[in-house]
Each structure stands twice: as structure tokens, then as C-alpha cells.
Design a binder for this molecule. Structure first.
Ligand SMILES: O=C(O)CCC(=O)C(=O)O
Length: 196
């Protein structure tokens, strides 16, 4: 594993974090390329029986289709820039990924609610390698059922890499909360290995 990926001291989890995985200027270039080249979509989700626009834009690239939040994502061919980032993340984590879900948080009003990435298609111990580009946002973890365990808050800065594996998705939820602070747009790429 890449030496900058350091373990976070979280019980019932296996989480590693490299705050400076991609140097700032290079991360800025990747951010601009992805803003321009990715086929960003405004998807909808059903909330209390009503269709609502998701509070972020998304895109799915990979070798297989994948159902996420009840949405079937048709695979799109890897863009060269995504292929390049995938190779860097594979080298750093020592594992392969056949899919990437991208999220674009246009402003502090864009967000992702509490959830775990525990879809069956990710296998019994999902491994999620999550790269952040652009404006810094706060990421939060909370244990699903242990009240004695403190929540964990982590600023995800431009160029940082967060790796979640092992039992993490079974015991912890995570989110990107909305913020009223002035924040720059942020792109997040979550590399995954879809097995079914
Ligand atoms: O934007 C992030 O850092 C979180 C993304 C996430 O939780 C997900 O794609 O499942």
C-alpha cells in the first residue's frame, strides 16, 4: 500500500487516508478535465413516494452495469483521464477496480445523506477507494449501533484519497453534509469492484 495511506483509528473498520495523494496543481488539472469530459447526469430519487432531483450530479463508468440507490447505471467506456486515475489508485491501494461512480457537488447545498456502500454487487467486504478533487468538503462517519464510539469527521481536500475496506460498510455509515460555508465545486470519484 502507498506509504502516505495511513490507517484511521476506527473500531470495527478498516479505513486509510492520504490527504496529499495527488499534488494540488495536478489535482486542479484533473478536476478541470473531468468537469469538461464527464457525461454528468441529474438523476432523481424517490423520497417519501415523490421523485426529487438528487442534490448532486453523478456519472458511472465501468465494465458492468450496477444498481445504486435503486438506479440502474449503464456502463460507459472509460475516458482516458479516468483510466489514468484508476491506475494510480490501483497502484496505491494494491487492488483492482472495474467501476467508478463520480459525484459532482456544485455548491454547499449539494450533499450525500447517511448511507453505507453495501450493495450485494460489491461483495461481502466492499472496498471503496474515494478520490477528492476541487473544493474541500467535510466527510463524516458514524457507527451504526455503538453509542460509545465517537463520530469521525474528516476534511477531504483537493487530491486526497480515502480507502474503506474490510468490515467498514457493515458497521459504519458515512455522509457529505450540506454546508452554508462558501465552498468551491468538488468532484468525488469512488472506485469499486463490482462482482455480479
Ligand atoms: O463524496 C464523497 O466523498 C462521498 C461519496 C460516497 O459516499 C459514495 O459515492 O458512496
Amino acid at each position: 500500500m502507498h506509504p502516505t495511506l495511513q490507517p484511521l483509528p476506527m473500531p470495527d473498520a478498516e479505513v486509510y487516508f492520504a490527504p496529499d495523494f495527488i499534488p494540488g496543481p495536478q489535482a486542479d488539472t484533473y478536476f478541470m478535465q473531468l468537469m469538461e469530459q464527464v457525461n454528468w447526469q441529474q438523476e432523481s430519487i424517490k423520497l417519501f413516494g415523490k421523485l426529487q432531483p438528487m442534490p448532486r450530479l453523478t456519472a458511472w463508468y465501468g465494465d458492468k452495469s450496477y444498481t445504486y440507490s435503486g438506479l440502474e447505471n449503464k456502463p460507459q467506456a472509460w475516458l482516458p483521464v479516468l483510466q489514468e486515475l484508476r491506475e494510480q489508485v490501483e497502484q496505491a491501494t494494491g487492488h483492482t477496480y472495474n467501476s467508478v461512480l463520480l459525484n459532482l457537488y456544485r455548491s454547499g447545498q449539494d450533499s450525500m445523506g447517511w448511507h453505507a456502500d453495501n450493495e450485494q454487487a460489491l461483495g461481502p467486504q466492499p472496498r471503496i477507494a474515494s478520490l477528492s478533487l476541487g473544493g474541500e468538503r467535510r466527510f463524516a462517519f458514524k457507527h451504526r449501533n455503538r453509542k460509545d464510539v465517537e463520530p469521525v469527521r474528516l476534511p477531504l481536500q483537493n487530491g486526497s484519497l480515502l480507502l474503506m475496506q474490510g468490515p467498514t460498510q457493515h458497521h459504519w455509515l458515512h455522509q457529505i453534509p450540506k454546508t452554508t460555508r462558501a465552498v468551491q465545486p468538488r468532484i468525488n470519484l469512488t472506485f469499486r469492484q463490482v462482482i455480479s
